[in-house]
Write a new protein. Sequence first.
Length: 158
Amino acid sequence: MTWYEPDADWTYADRRLIITRCIVLWAFMLFVIADFVVFGILFSPAWAWAAGAALLVGAWFTWIIYRSVTAHAWAEREDDLIVKRGRLFRSVTVVPYGRMQFVEVSAGPLARAFKMATIQLHTASPGTDATLSGVRAADAETLRDRMTSRGEARLAGL
């Protein structure tokens, strides 16, 4: 459902971003659940209920991760880049190419394992900075170069 720019050619975040974020979430949640189970064994069985509650919290956050990743998209236009994110609290950021100062591509070890990267767009105004998460690693370099050249062309026209 798009409530703005319905004719834009949206590129959605790679679905593998859901897996990477869930790996981080569940690595933490398994540590918390293990603590509750140990407390239940050592102190009181009531702690076992806390482990069950932690499972529900983990499932809830997994659903939130899925919903947020599937809502994250960007569209390249002639003069700017539009970035949308969020389902309940929606946000749209329009980044004019002429205002871009530099474009940064980064990837941690988990993102590299899943062949993904994050692109951070830095502008003259911090309010128009944007982040593109879940970009395929093969596309990240070309997207960075394309945005940088468009930015230089728009800046030269000033």
